[in-house]
Design a protein around this ligand. Structure first.
Ligand SMILES: C[S@@+](CC[C@H](N)C(=O)[O-])C[C@H]1O[C@@H](n2cnc3c(N)ncnc32)[C@H](O)[C@@H]1O
Length: 397
């Protein structure tokens, strides 16, 4: 068993933990912006491929108890870094402080420089050469998380290897630039929190924008891992999305390599099946559906999502199941002109056009949300980037 850390948007931690337990991992510890857990390497790779909620997954290399920055240089120099990566691989280091460490150290760039110098000096001493830094497309991306030790003095500097480099939230189906798309793993979390029962209920988004909620819901319904587009690329030899494919711990393990190749083939077969099949219980509408159309096409999900160009006030879905789950994030953020009227009309549309549905509205503006004039049955606080939002549930009679 090794130690891993999965990161996620702030306030999504408890939902990430729910997801991680489904992989059978052990000793899950909640952290700010993620969770640390123990798993074998194969389970960790399944998490990389199949997590819908994590932004990245990291493998713990070492934990150094430190008092100050000088300590970190000394401790990092002691590690045999050429066993972790090669001289001819490029690398990058980022540092994150928890609240205690932030108050003490302040400058994360400087901290990263100390770790970089230590690694470079250790390589030079051991091999006579040094690897280069590449901050844009490195082969090896290291994260240093510096955490306080509760009541004990000092800090723990944990050095992690980033298994993906490209964030897992970046699925690869986005085309063009929509104004305010949700991050894909946040959209997936809205579907997770809504507990949409795709065997019984339709799913509708009346402000679908670039289609993120619809696409993430379809991937859940169809049982496709969210990395299927990256897997197709990797199988064709374009491996940049999965940094671990070039990590020594992976490259030296023949069984793991074989498992990954078989897994890739199964996922590609499944994605082809999905592309050639149809289903009809996910519906979206918006004033402008051009971006959603493009993204759904890029995702290969045209057969599974029905789009209608419409003002939400006039929209009625063709859902023919008894139950309906609506998940939408209406325009918000800036005080839009006519915003109060728009939110009032959302309440009217839910009452009149979505009777007996379970509706979830995601928004950061409390004043606007109150204009819906329906009684919320649950409020889940979540961050959308820096915006402090709520996912509000309404059970419509
Ligand atoms: C915050 S964005 C939704 C983003 C979406 N969740 C995504 O991930 O791309 C709000 C959307 O509401 C749409 N919209 C604004 N007024 C509308 C109206 N009266 N009827 C339907 N859609 C509307 C906008 O076109 C925009 O796409």
């Amino acid at each position: 068993m090794k130690t891993y850390f999965a990161s996620c948007p702030k306030r999504s931690e408890e939902f990430l933990i729910e997801e991680l337990t489904t992989f059978g991992v052990k000793n899950i510890e909640r952290k700010n912006g993620g969770a640390q857990f123990k798993a074998d390497d194969l389970t960790a790779l399944r998490i990389v491929f199949e997590t819908r909620l994590a932004s990245r997954v990291f493998k713990l290399l070492d934990v150094y108890p430190i008092k100050d920055e000088k300590d970190i240089y000394k401790k990092v120099t002691n590690k045999w870094w050429h066993r972790v990566f090669d001289n001819d691989q490029t690398f990058k280091i980022s540092t994150l402080f928890d609240t205690d460490a932030h108050n003490f150290f302040k400058n994360s760039m400087h901290f990263s420089m100390m770790v970089k110098d230590a690694i470079v000096d250790q390589f030079r001493d051991a091999t006579g050469r040094r690897p280069n830094v590449d901050t844009v497309t490195p082969d090896i991306s290291l994260l240093v998380r510096v955490e306080g030790r509760g009541r004990e003095p000092g800090f723990n500097a944990k050095i992690f290897l980033d298994l993906t480099n490209v964030p897992l939230s970046d699925r690869g189906y986005r085309r063009g630039k929509h104004k305010a798309p949700l991050r894909e793993n946040l959209a997936a979390n809205l579907v997770h929190i809504a507990k949409w029962d795709f065997k019984k209920d339709c799913l509708v988004d009346i402000f679908c924008g670039s289609g993120t909620i619809l696409i993430e819901a379809a991937l859940v319904q169809l049982g496709l891992p969210p990395t299927y587009i990256k897997i197709k690329k990797a199988r064709r030899g374009r491996t940049a999305d999965f940094a671990f494919l070039n990590h020594k711990w992976f490259v030296d393990n023949e069984d793991l390599k074989k498992w990954v190749l078989d897994y890739f083939d199964k996922v590609i077969e499944k994605a082809d099946e999905v592309k050639n099949s149809t289903s009809k219980n996910i519906f979206g509408s918006d004033l402008d559906i051009a971006f959603a159309q493009e993204n759904i096409r890029a995702a290969g999900l045209e057969g599974h999502i029905t789009l209608t160009q419409s003002d939400f006030k006039d929209y009625q879905s063709d859902c023919d199941t008894d139950g309906l789950t609506l998940i939408s994030n209406p325009p918000y953020g800036e005080r839009l002109a006519g915003g109060e009227e728009l939110y009032y009309q959302i309440g009217e549309a839910l009452k009149n056009n979505f009777k007996r549905s379970t509706a979830f509205i995601f928004s950061n503006d409390e004043t606007l949300r109150k204009k819906i004039f329906l009684k919320p049955t649950r409020k889940t606080p979540l961050f959308n980037g820096p915006l402090d939002c709520r996912l509000i549930r309404y059970d419509i009679n």
